[in-house]
Ligand binder design. Sequence first.
Ligand code: PLP
Length: 421
Amino acid sequence: MDHFLYRDGQLMAEDVPLAEIAASVGTPVYVYSAATLLRHYRLFDEALQGMPHLVCFAMKSLSNIAVLKLLGDAGAGMDVVSGGEYLRAKAAGVPGDRIVFSGVGKTREEMRLALEGGIRQFNVESEPEMRALSEVASGLGVEAPITVRVNPDVDAKTHAKIATGKKENKFGIPISRAREVYAMAAGLPGLKVIGIDVHIGSQLTELAPFEAAYLKVAELTRALRADGHEITRLDLGGGLGIPYDRGNNAPPLPVEYGEVIRRTVGDLGCEIEIEPGRLISGNSGVLVSQVIYVKSGEDREFLILDAAMNDLIRPAMYEAHHDIVPVVEAEPGLEQAVYDIVGPICESGDTFAKARSMAPLASGDLVAFRSAGAYGAVMSSEYNSRLMVPEVLVSGDQFAVIRSRPTYEEMISRDSIPSWL
Ligand SMILES: *Cc1c(COP(=O)(O)O)cnc(C)c1O
């Protein structure tokens, strides 16, 4: 459920008409609903009630510091995958003991940053990383709390680019070698083994792969304890999917996901961490765009928008579907038009949808891409020298620009011409 509904024929973000935001900020623009973000965070928090737990928002899905502050103030931790994300979480006021550091390529610089600023744990993904962390922590005279990310070789049944739990993926340590790697960790200075980490992929629409992975983690927990390790925390990753296409079957709910956790690892006495990103941020945001032209091709009509693949890359990158709806509700019973919906960028990959049926639109009309809050603004770029897309946060009847659109001058002035040219 989200808070982008029609009221009196106008698509609203909570109590603010999207048309009002478009008029004030311009288009394209991302608009987030604070109530939806909080609602989704709380669904996970409630799903884990009765078990000691922390919900760490995977902030790579949406990393604006206003969003991080909103969730952090509500009690969320953060899952970060770079030094930049770590510093953003800190800038949003999230304490270090609620920040988890994931990622396959943490540099020594990033490790130092987190150890000095405070960190809940590192999820270590390889032996060389473990040695590096041991050296950095020892050098600083501190102990780094760690889990080892294990790769359970489970098929997440999702898009190949976002599956991470098969043996051919670059992530984690093969679970078959985990005991050996934990033994190594126990022998290295500056490290404190506290748990196990697993994350098998993103946009999972079934519970079975989670169940299979978590059963393997439970088995490993028992084996590692028998080896003498203290396993007190299980980080079970993120990945629960969202309904991008409302016409189709809905993925499982957080409460059902919570039941899988309870059933598989609930009896181990461990603190549970999860790292949902998309399910918290995805349906909490829309991308609002204006129709520039309706162009008739030989055998089809093109809806040319002022948003492009540089603003929302998911359709081009993952063949992703986004519902695209008019901001002014269509008259009931109106005959549908069929469009290829595209952006202005000079490549055919800049296509958001093909043969999409929707109410007829004209130049100047506004549309909203639904479910655009996750992996939207964070993956935007200036390709074609288009200005970085701005972001707006709505709460009730108020809204604020939380990232402004730069001027052309600001964009160009970041480049410099060498004196010898
Ligand atoms: C991307 C990622 C997540 C979040 O995935 P979602 O599908 O957005 O929930 C969580 N943990 C790790 C380690 C990730 O890389």
